[in-house]
Design a binder for this molecule. Structure first.
Ligand code: GAR
Length: 227
């Protein structure tokens, strides 16, 4: 995964609110992520907030209707758009569709996803509800490379939050989401700085010991503070 310096072109896939997309865009704008640009945002749902945020930021925002299409045909449409925009990396940010094998092959090791649980626990839908029902005391979020097995690719970054007795799906989701907004930009920064190496299905961060204060450290005092 050795690449020279370049401005990496990101295509972001969403299905709704787009708060992770917004956080990534803000981290690009403020210079935290230096060599990346979001060139297109695609949603499988019409009129969602994430598309409006893209438009406000002068990013091309496309609704691609899945109605009447097989998974393969829908994904072919998305691949065609991503290639038209010369996308280097595909960023799944709350995209609530399973990708076809053809899609994953088309962007091998170039698709990232964020999942609201500490993978490999609680894969699939309603991860936060699954965590509460399992009675775990900690949960969190995971950014990983996408492979053909659902929510199972090599892990890039994780955040941890406590699960409190009084939590329901919404309160736990909110607490996890705040950390998602930090670890997704961190993972993308590392990716675009060519600092991620894949070895035996594990992700190694190059020069880990040189990570400076510009990298987020998940600080329990700050991150777990309740508003
Ligand atoms: C996030 O919590 C993300 O982790 C989750 O959807 C939410 C999207 O929020 N993704 C999944 O559950 C994927 N399996 P956002 O639209 O505000 O970024």
């Amino acid at each position: 995964m050795q690449r020279g310096w370049k401005l990496y072109r990101l295509g972001v896939l969403i299905s709704g609110r787009g708060s992770n997309f917004k956080s990534i865009e803000e981290h690009i704008k403020c210079g935290y992520i230096k060599n990346a640009k979001i060139v297109v945002v695609i949603s499988n749902k019409e009129d969602v907030k994430g598309l409006a945020i893209a438009k406000e930021n002068n990013i091309d925002a496309l609704f691609v209707d899945p109605k009447g299409l097989t998974r393969e045909d829908y994904d072919k449409n998305i691949i065609e758009i991503l290639n038209r925009y010369s996308v280097d990396f595909v960023i799944l940010a709350g995209f609530m569709r399973v990708l076809s094998d053809h899609f994953i092959d088309s962007f091998k090791n170039r698709i990232l996803n964020i999942h609201p649980a500490l993978l490999p626990s609680f894969k699939g839908l309603h991860a936060q509800k699954q965590a509460i029902e399992a009675g775990v005391k900690f949960s969190g979020a995971t950014v990983h490379f996408v492979t053909k097995d659902l929510d199972s690719g090599p892990i890039i970054a994780q955040s941890v939050v406590p699960v409190f007795d009084g939590d329901d799906e919404d309160t736990l989701s909110d607490r996890i989401l705040k950390t998602e907004h930090k670890i997704y930009p961190l993972a993308i920064k590392l990716l675009c700085d060519n600092r991620l190496e894949l070895e035996n299905n594990r992700v190694k961060i190059k020069d880990y010991e040189t990570m400076d204060e510009n990298f987020y450290i998940i600080n329990p005092k700050e991150d777990f503070k309740e508003d």
